[in-house]
Design a protein around this ligand. Structure first.
Ligand SMILES: Cc1cc2nc3c(=O)[nH]c(=O)nc-3n(C[C@H](O)[C@H](O)[C@H](O)COP(=O)(O)OP(=O)(O)OC[C@H]3O[C@@H](n4cnc5c(N)ncnc54)[C@H](O)[C@@H]3O)c2cc1C
Length: 489
């Protein structure tokens, strides 16, 4: 008789959703193995903004998730546009350049609303994600499509509420316990996990194992191997514990690799951010207001269409583009007109400021003459028109290469500010192949008996880019699925 019904490896959003779901579906003995000590628990989930992207047909569908939103935000419901499945699908297909796996995408999107309701039912309180995706227009807040709701107190709150939910339903959590390898019977079925705990190495047995232990973003050698230069130098935005252990263990017993192994989610962050995520700063090193400014590299040149799309559709690829610029750094330059529109997170930064563009540029470590030329050319190319941050306003600089396609106002109102940024890695896109029961397939495309995966470990959903808020949603959908099927194993 195995010790456990279900062993869940990892303790982030996906793993804890799996553990709670396994208990809900009748597994009696469920254990969560967390490699981190208790004080560093929770994976990337802890560091996240807690934003969930999901499909809904009417603004009213949000009411059960945030019943008192209108008490805090007058007219909340009127500012929200529906986000039907077709729109979520179109966004995912567009930003992944048509490469998202259709079956996985359908599971993710089709189950997103039902799953967010289920997450809320587990005691995860939600709130409107004002500081992440709300833009105030007159007396109303307009929202980036599909990205309206986050966990209360962001990732910190989300992680804490998941641990509370797991505890409430009788899930055991073992901290400082790292899964080392998967154990198998003679038929190849997974029978448990060999773990390293503080004082020993032991074998734990179970009817099923769910891997929810993240990607390889914190593994320098694997970043160099799969992502190539200059990713070995990248700052890690989140946990230092996601070193690809689950992927290695699964591959060691024949799991099929899947998805974009050369790809990752990576965002513009403060150039002075720490090498790994800071438990208190969490995602506050992000610098995502670039659509309202101008981005230049160390050669003083623009290299990206800052106004290509709303930031939640471009930020996850921009980090990598910045990291690949000379020195891996860039500057975001704004004038005073847009200062009130910068995300609150900019307050954690130390901008260079000046009363003229020339003086500003003299304070930057870059090719100053080229930078001044770039800014003058940008100002000359910016067209007159109506600036509207809530739509693609078409206010562009079509004569420039690259153009700025929207929100291109002149830099003409002092004081000016420049924020230094680099590209920080969030999570990796390469993973293992799972089926519609979240079972891990082997290289013969058959399920490995007793093995499930969820969260960042699922390969195939994301390529090159990603629509903001989809990681947590994917973790919840596939975590819930994995736990439920593991319970029936
Ligand atoms: C700064 C930041 C902000 C983000 N903001 C958002 C957001 O607002 N919305 C969104 O959708 N996504 C966001 N993301 C991405 C999101 O956090 C991840 O997609 C999601 O948390 C991944 O969940 P997961 O459960 O797969 O992995 P994680 O939450 O990373 O959990 C992995 C777990 O596995 C454990 N582990 C690793 N190896 C082992 C081992 N050998 N044995 C045992 N345990 C192990 C880790 O310690 C950890 O507990 C953000 C990420 C970061 C870093």
């Amino acid at each position: 008789m195995p010790e456990y019904d279900v062993i869940v490896v990892g303790a982030g959003n996906a793993a804890l959703a799996a553990a709670v779901s396994a208990r809900e579906q009748g597994a009696r003995r469920v254990v969560v193995l967390e490699k981190a000590p208790a004080e560093l628990r929770g994976g990337n989930t802890h560091y996240s903004g807690g934003l969930f992207r999901f499909a809904f047909d009417r603004a009213e569908d949000l009411r059960p998730l945030v019943p008192d939103a209108e008490q805090h935000i007058a007219g909340f419901m009127t500012g929200v546009q529906p986000y039907p499945q077709a729109l979520f699908h179109a966004d995912l297909v567009r930003v992944t350049e048509g490469r998202t796996d259709p079956e996985l995408a359908e599971i993710l999107i089709g189950r997103s609303y039902d799953t967010i309701r289920w997450v809320a039912a587990q005691g995860i309180a939600m709130e409107p994600a004002v500081s992440l995706s709300g833009i105030k227009v007159g007396n109303t807040i307009k929202w980036s499509p599909g990205a309206v709701i986050r966990a209360r107190q962001e990732g910190l709150g989300l992680s804490r509420m998941w641990f509370d939910a797991a505890e409430r339903c009788g899930v055991e959590v073992r901290y400082a316990t790292s899964a080392m390898r998967l154990d198998q019977d003679a038929r190849g079925g997974v029978t448990g996990v060999t773990v390293r705990q503080p004082d020993s190495i032991v074998e734990l047995t179970a009817k099923a194992v769910v891997l929810g232990c993240g990607g390889f973003e914190a593994n320098t050698a694997w970043r160099a191997r799969y992502l190539g230069r200059p990713w070995d130098h990248a700052k890690v935005r989140g946990t230092r514990y996601n070193t690809g252990d689950g992927l290695r263990m699964a591959i060691d017993i024949g799991a099929l690799t899947y998805g974009q192994w050369t790809g990752c989610h990576s965002t513009p962050i403060d150039a002075g951010a720490p090498a790994y995520g800071d438990r208190k700063l969490t995602d506050k090193t992000n610098r995502l207001s670039y659509p309202f400014g101008v981005l230049v590299n160390a050669r003083g040149r623009r290299f990206f269409d800052e106004g290509e799309d709303f930031q939640l559709y471009t930020y996850a690829k921009l980090g990598g583009i910045i990291l690949n610029q000379p020195g891996g750094v860039a500057w975001q330059i704004f004038d005073h007109k847009v200062a009130p529109m910068l995300e609150g997170r900019y307050r954690t930064g130390k901008p260079v400021t000046a009363e003229t563009l020339k003086d500003l540029v003299l304070g930057l470590v870059l090719d100053q003459a080229a930078c001044l030329r770039t800014l003058e050319q940008y100002n000359a190319a910016a067209e007159d028109g109506h600036f509207d941050p809530t739509v693609h306003d078409g206010l562009g600089t079509p004569s420039l290469e690259p153009p700025k396609s929207n929100w291109a106002q002149r830099l003409d109102t002092p004081p000016f500010a420049a924020y230094p940024v680099t590209g920080g890695i969030t999570f990796t896109f390469g993973g293992v192949k799972v089926n519609d029961r979240a079972q891990v397939l082997d290289t013969s495309w058959e399920p490995i008996p007793g093995l499930y995966a969820c969260g960042e470990m699922v390969g195939g959903l994301f390529h090159a880019n990603y629509p903001g808020g989809t990681g947590l949603m994917s973790g919840a959908v596939f975590g819930r699925l994995a736990g439920a099927h593991a319970a029936g194993a």
